[in-house]
Ligand binder design. Structure first.
Ligand code: NAP
Length: 248
């Protein structure tokens, strides 16, 4: 059993990954800004699995220095980290040129620049250990440029997926592993408002079960849940834009 650090563990996919990994016997290092939520989650996990170890820290992933401090402090708590899941993310955004540069910038900084800081901090630890598993929570929207409020979000996730693939390229045959998860719609706080409108919305439990399964298998990349997203991935990637517009 291993020690797993999860960022953005205060809600949605991060909190559910923590529950499911705890049930599988893993110890947890959990962080987010809303520490009251983390306290509740730890109580819930320990009530179900008294022998698990769950450490908590406040972290704003946009504070670069704090990212490195918090990751190193968790490493010191446990004497090492086996897996880091870069999950914290933001679904804010607006069509370009509509006066919401602030929202688009915040999305870009949180979903890519802060993810880079987390990947740097994790890789430093893994290189010292000569072992570790980095997991990047990307999105099906990384397959293609997306319109309107999704434009910057999709661009950040495409960048994140390439970051992961670049690391995989470098680390081929080495003991440090990298998984890139391309998540489809999974119920969470981020998409509460769109849950009624979209096809293929998985429940949090089912969607995260699919994520956890791919992570445990250390797959280099996975579309989750596999149905329908594995079949849709090539269509999303290659369909001409007018066809894509009709499909999505
Ligand atoms: N749900 C989906 O359908 C879906 C699909 C594709 C990809 N994803 C990705 O899955 C990841 C998790 O999203 P979710 O759906 O679970 O949404 P969520 O319920 O809104 O959770 C987002 C998490 O990220 C954390 N976070 C946001 N900004 C942060 C910051 N500056 N510093 C630290 N933590 C921050 C939040 O914690 P605090 O606010 O407490 O800090 C929260 O725990 C994201 O990367 C998202 O892009 C989700």
């Amino acid at each position: 059993m291993s020690t797993i650090l999860i960022t953005g563990a205060s809600s949605g996919l991060g909190a559910e990954m923590a529950r499911q990994f705890a049930a599988k016997g893993h110890d947890l290092a959990l962080c987010a800004r809303r520490t009251d939520r983390l306290d509740e989650l730890r109580s819930e996990i320990l009530a179900a699995h008294a022998d698990r170890r769950v450490e908590l820290r406040a972290l704003d992933v946009n504070d670069d220095e704090q990212v490195f401090e918090v990751f190193r402090a968790f490493r010191d708590d446990f004497g090492g980290l086996d897996r880091v899941i870069v999950n914290a993310g933001l679904g804010k955004g607006a069509p370009l040129g509509t006066g919401r540069y602030d929202a688009n910038r915040e999305t870009a900084m949180t979903n890519f620049v802060a993810a880079l800081a987390q990947a740097e901090a994790a890789m430093e630890i893994f290189r010292e250990q000569d072992a570790g598993h980095l997991v990047l929570v990307s999105s099906m929207s990384a397959m293609r440029g997306m319109p309107k409020s999704m434009t910057v979000y999709a661009a950040t996730k495409a960048a994140l997926s390439h970051l992961g693939e670049g690391l995989q390229y470098e680390l081929l045959g080495k003991p440090i592993k990298v998984t890139v998860l391309h998540c489809g719609y999974i119920a969470s706080e981020m998409n509460e408002r769109v849950q009624q409108q979209v096809k293929f919305m998985a429940s949090t439990e089912d969607g995260v079960r699919s994520m956890v399964d791919a992570i445990e298998k250390q797959k280099p990349h996975a579309y989750v849940p596999a149905v329908p997203w594995t079949a849709l991935a090539p269509v999303m990637k290659h369909a001409p834009l007018p066809l894509l517009k009709r499909l999505l």
